[in-house]
Ligand binder design. Structure first.
Ligand code: KIV
Length: 268
């Protein structure tokens, strides 16, 4: 594990040295502290916060203020990891000036070190504009959740030859435009492998197989907090939902029965 602060340069170094890049999402100060302490290389405050934290059915309702507030909270817990904020739906894609301003605001007020946005060839000008004010950009291709209504649901992308070609081409165009890495979400592993081999910047996979340069998972999925839906690519490493249920039930039972608070928990 690289001991010093992870930067955008570390990402490239890790690809070049074939060291896998680890990334999780985070949405709160306490979890950010734990994730950072463990040595995860990068933390993404994804617009998935709309679903995990705010309870929306998808990410489309997230506004810039949500992302700024939550990214700022996470930033207070991060010392080593590279912190990336996620530009929500409609904070880009309108015009380049607005995109640049919104990216700048997320960094300025959210205290992150880079931003992510979704999309391929339609984003090139915006990527360059964001970089021009000094903000590194992470791309995102494949199952890009803000395109949910175009895709007709959360479906694997790039299965057909022509669709795969478009994703590969978009990846190359994004690299040329200057993104420092690209998230590949829910695409066939062979396509992700080809993109990873043909690009010189790192790929970060989520549901894109083992050949990507790094992996990202939503922290709620890792911890077993998400019960709404579980895509095939999610590996749940613990069941916090059950632990929380057990603890809160025990607390409630003890209050009802008068067992808590006992003498040791009171002041004289
Ligand atoms: O919003 C998010 O959490 C993401 C990751 C799943 C890549 O975009």
């Amino acid at each position: 594990m690289i001991n010093e602060k992870v930067t955008v340069k570390t990402f490239q170094q890790m690809k070049d040295e074939k060291e896998k890049i680890t990334m999780t999402t985070a949405y709160s100060y306490p979890l950010a502290c734990i994730i950072d302490e463990v040595g995860i290389d990068s933390i993404l405050v994804g617009d998935s916060l709309g679903m995990t934290v705010l309870g929306h059915k998808n990410t489309l309702n997230v506004v810039l203020e949500d992302s700024i507030r939550i990214t700022k909270a996470v930033s207070r817990g991060v010392k080593r990891a590279f912190l990336i904020g996620d530009l929500p739906f409609l904070t880009y894609g309108i015009n380049v000036e607005e995109t640049k301003r919104n990216a700048g605001l997320l960094v300025k007020k959210g205290d992150c070190e880079a931003v992510k946005l979704e999309g391929g060839k339609e984003r090139l000008e915006e990527v360059e504009a964001i970089k021009s004010i000094g903000v590194p950009v992470l791309g995102h291709l494949g199952l890009t959740p803000t395109y949910l209504n175009i895709f007709g649901g959360f479906k694997v992308q790039g299965k057909k030859h022509d669709d795969a070609e478009i994703i590969l081409k978009d990846a190359k165009l994004l690299e040329e435009a200057g993104v420092f890495a690209i998230v590949l979400e829910s695409i066939p592993w062979k396509l992700a492998q080809q993109i990873t081999e043909e690009l010189s910047i790192p790929t970060i996979g989520i549901g894109a197989g083992e050949f990507c340069d790094g992996q990202v998972l939503v922290i709620d999925d890792i911890l077993g907090l998400n019960v709404q839906f579980k895509p095939k690519f999610v590996k749940q490493y613990t069941n916090l939902r059950e632990s929380v249920k057990k603890a809160v039930t025990e607390y409630s039972d003890e209050v009802k029965s008068g067992k808590f608070p006992s003498e040791e928990f009171r002041y004289d």
